[in-house]
Structure formats: C-alpha cells, structure tokens
Design a protein around this ligand. Sequence first.
Ligand code: ATP
Length: 638
Amino acid sequence: MHTSGWYGIFSSTNEKPRVTWALLKRVFRYSDPYRWHIIGMLLIILVNTAMGLLTPLIFRTLIDQTIPQKQTSQLVLLAGALLLIPTISGLLNVGQRRLNSWVGEGVIFDLRVALYARLQRMSLRFFTNTKIGELMSRLNNDVVGAQNAISNTLVGIVMNLIQGAATLVVMLSLEWRLTLISVLIMPVLIVAARSMAARLREIARQAMDVNAQMNAMMNETLNISGALLVKLFGHSNLEVQRFEARAAHVRQVGIRRAVTGASFFVLIGLVGSIGTALVYGLGGYMVIQEMFTIGTIVAFGAYLSGLYGALQGLANAPAEFATSVVSFERVFEVLDLEPDIQDPAEPIRLERVRGQISFEGVWFKYPEGRRGLLQEVYRPNVPELVIEELPIESAIALPLPAEEPRNQAREYALEDINLVIEPKQLVALVGPSGAGKTTLTYLMLRLYDPTRGVVNLDGHDLRSLSRKDLTNAIGMVTQETNLFHDTIRTNLLYARLDATQEEIEDACRAANIHDFISELPDGYDTVVGERGYRLSGGEKQRLSIARVILKNPRILVLDEATSSLDSESEALIQDALKRVMHQRTSIVIAHRLSTILAADLILVIDRGRVVEQGTHAELLELNGLYASLYHTQFRRSG
Ligand code: ATP
C-alpha cells in the first residue's frame, strides 16, 4: 500500500509548530477559570512526590537496620507504612484525575461553545465554501488536542520537574558518588526519548489525517443525497473500493503507531537498564569496598526509575506542548474569523415595517478569494464564476436583451439593478436559469451585501438595520423545505418560539395542512425529518407555508417549487399561498402561470439585469424575452 499518494499524505503534515509568547498568553487565558483546580492538583502532586520518596528510604532502613538488628516492632511499623503509603497515594491520585478531567473537559466545553457560537455568526458564503466534515474535525478533535496543553502537558511538566528535582536532592543527600553514576546515562536517555517521541507524534498526526479523510468520505457518501447519487449511477462497488483504500491507510498507520509505540518503551526501558546496571555494578563494587550499605543501593535502584521517568517526561514535554498549541492555533483561526455580514454598531430600529424594498444601482459579484475563510478547510474545487476580468464599463456595453435564452456566464451575478417594490405588492421574478433571481432575493434577505449600490427596506439601507429586525420583517419559503429531526410542533415553533398551540393550529389551517396533521397517529407530536416520518413534497411545502404564517413577516420571499405536484396538492398549496401573500409584500421566483398572472409587477431578469418589467399583458405586448418564456415555459405550467 506504499503508493506515492500515501507518502503525499505524510508530507502534507510536516507542520512546524511556532510557539510565540502572544500565543502562549492567549492559551493560558483559557486556564484562568480553572486556577483553583490546577493549584489543587499541584498540591496533590507535592504530597504524592514526598510519599513516593519515602518508600525507598523504608526499604533502606529495613535492609540495613530493622532486619539485621531483628527489631520486630519496627518491622511491623514499616511494613504497615508500606501498605499505607500506596493507599493514600492511590486515593490522592483519583482526586487528581478528577480535578484534571474537570479542567480538561471544562476547557473542551469552553472552546467548543465559543467555536460553535462563532460559526453560527458566519455568513452563507462561509458555509458554501467550507467542507463541513473538516469543520467538524475542528469542533471535535482540535479542541481535545488543545485542552491537552493545559490539563495534561502543563501539569505533566510541573509534576516531572518537582519529582525529578526532589528525587535528585534525596539521592545526592544519600550518596553523591552513586548519584553521579546514575545521571551519567541522562544525556543518552534524553536524546533517545526525544527522537522516538518525535516519530510517534508524526505518526499520530498522520493517523488524524487519514482518519479525517476516511470520515470525510463516509460523510459524503452515506448521507441521503450522497447515497442516492451512488445508487443512481450504480457506483456502490467503486465507492467500496475507494473506502477500502482509505480504511487501509488507517490500518497501516494504526499498525505503525503500535509498533513504534512499543519500540519506544522497549528502547527507553533498555536505556534505563544501563543506568540500573551501572548503579548495581559500580555501586555493588563500592558496597564490597564497604563505602556504603546494601540498603542504600536498593533505595537507589528504586529512585532511579522515578528519576528516569521524570526526565523522559521532561524531554518530550516541549514538543508535546507545541503540538497541543498547534491545535489551539487551529481553534483560534476559527475564533478569529470575521463574519462577512455584521450588525452595525448602532442599528436603526424598525418599529413598524411597511414592506417597501428598493434596489439603487446594485451590482453584485459573489465574493472570490479566501478572505474570511479557513485556510485548510477551504474547498479548492468550488466552481468559480469568473470568466475573465471585465471592467464594469465594458460589462454595461453588453447587448441586451436577446431573444434566445443566452449563456448566463458573467462576472457580476447582478448588474445595475434599480427597482422599487411597494408595500403589499405581489412581484414575480422570471427569467432563464442562472439569470440571478435567487441572488436578487438573497440580497433582500442580506445573506450577501451588494458589491456596489444599496438595498433598502422602507428606505433604510439594510446594512444600517439589525439582523434581528430584518429577519423579523422578511420571511422566506425556499424550494426545498428543511425540517429538523424533531416533532412537527417543534419545527413550526422554530418560526416563533412563543406561539401557542392555538396559533400553531390556525397557521396550519391557513396552510391547508391541519387536517392532515390531525390524522397522523401522533398528530403535532409526529417526528419528521431525517430519520422521522417522511412527508411528501407537497406536505412539506404546506408545512413551510404554515411556518411562515406563524412567523407573520411583512415581506414574504417565495421560491416557488419547480416540481409539479398533482392537481389536488397543487390547489391546496396555491390556496394556502394566496392567504399568506394577502396583505404582505410578496416577491416570488415564479414558475407557475397562475402566480405570474396574479402578480402586480413582473420583473424579467436576464444575465443579471432587469430587462423587462410590467404586467403580463404589457410584457406580452413587448414581444421580448417574457413573451418567449411565456410561450416556451409558462403557458404549459398552468
Ligand atoms: P435558477 O432559476 O436556475 O435557480 P437563478 O436565476 O436563481 O437560477 P442564481 O442562482 O441567482 O440564478 O445565480 C446567478 C448566477 O450566480 C449564476 O451564474 C450562478 O452560477 C452564480 N452563482 C450562484 N451562487 C453562487 C456562488 N455561491 N458563488 C459563485 N457564483 C454563484
């Protein structure tokens, strides 16, 4: 399985963590709320270290004094102490783990909530340009990696420092010559530990990478639309093969990780054994020469493992800490994203919305480039609109309108839009696919800001209003109805959290869906959505109409469904829509002749411009694009 792609995965992960002082300060700010927990942990570490140092001294006393001098009462006392010390130390360890996990899980919680809150503020552009699977990995894996910096690495460094220093002091005070012998091996131990740990970390990073790739593929192919696509093209076997390749990478890295991990421990153990051999060999010789006692050498043997353990931990600590800090950096990258669409500092409050919308010289180009997106999470293959860099002046000179539907590719999705939609008007947007109808509605909802020009609601620039006021004023019914996996009632309440059951039912009656819901076994408590009850297309549409009725916005934007439904379902929807549009400003991306005929104003959009406007009769008279659309499409749609 050693293909070039396999190595390619590895080479992309060779990031060198750069730990700056400013970054460290920011990281440590996250430990602030847990100050007392960390102090508690350090106290426990101190007590435990002291007790750990006692045990070898007890061995020494037993061997050199108690046993040879046959002091039975002291023997009982010391044997009791040998049981008591691990008991207390064990209990304290449990306490320390508890504090540690409190800090670790606490930091994970803080980071996760902060990340999620930031992502919720991002604009639609961010989500269309970002691979959600990879974003998930920041929410799931990086926060865990990051907290490691505080709850494990930091505490580990302090613990090893205390343990190492204290052990060394006790050893020196016992027998300085033997101490010198035992630290001889130290440089070898540190070099070995560092190089092995670096390899282990590298493999761990590869493991995260290949896992992320496997997960991304599962995400893409096992959700409903992905699964449907695979089935429609009959590519199940191909997908299994592709999955197998990714899973094989995971297996490969898993095995390498296990083998390298085991070799690491063997190597460290071996280096440690050199120290032990030296202590017993040279030390034993010194005992024979009666330079010190047997008990001292046994106690030294016990101290050695503690000392080497601490040194080994300290040797790895800087690199481990740096790795965790990289995770922090990846989390900070998301936290520092500037949302494209922001509330103004002092928004104009809308008391009563009349429902007038106007566009003044609006040009709009979908933003290019990566500003405001994540570097690694950016999806590079997103189809780009740019054909060539046309200056705006030459764009104006484009010939308009054409009789045949023309290629809609262009630099600006909307060009020089000037229009006024009066309160309570019903406006139909028509035009060829790709003309810019959806984009026009997106600007009304401020999902994007115009590149040039102004969109106004009741004469106020949308950018001067709060998003809350704007979303209250405008409701949108999209083509695809998105329902959360929850009860019908909860889905409806999403429009207005404080609606009463009576209001919900009224809205459903107006949307011609109440009778249907009442006949379901669980009524309004029926769970719908991804894994719930499957509603038909028409039912979903009526539910979304009920949702918008409940919200009761002054302005309604409707993307009329293109799929045709049976005439009964169609009649129910048209009837419901008539009610919801009544007394509101309505802007409809129209696909139904009945809607177009009912419209006060029809805006014909082509290549990002309003090329014709008027009523049905006026536009037919013009015999332009509308007339041709009417004859080719609408007349048949009834
Ligand atoms: P349809 O009736 O097929 O839905 P439409 O008239 O609603 O078409 P829009 O969706 O507004 O057309 O698209 C207008 C143009 O903007 C198209 O050329 C489209 O390719 C482009 N476009 C749409 N969304 C994006 C995006 N996120 N990034 C870049 N270009 C986009």
